[in-house]
Design a protein around this ligand. Sequence first.
Ligand code: ZN
Length: 105
Amino acid sequence: MWHEDDRMMGMYASLDDGGSSFLGVCPACGESHTHVLMHRLEPSDPRGTVWVWCDSCGSYVHFGAVIPDWWENPGFVDEGRLDSFVDYPDSITAKVDEWANDLLG
Ligand SMILES: [Zn+2]
């Protein structure tokens, strides 16, 4: 079901300045089923990787980026599974949303 779609990168852009909400409208299908997970490589390093996905249409994107200051890596994510992320999101989507919404306050 998953397929890469670069339009999903726009979801990250909206969060980069602090954002306002974790859930947004998918640029591919128009449904509000998008999720964002970021992973800072080291606590002192602004660089990391970003995954954005939509569980309505299966669009996703994965890219390296500067991680926003407000983001903290969630402890429940299995870092070993992030490289093959397309097999992973169903099991963590709800927790990822809750985590990001808490961070955004
Ligand atoms: Zn979609």
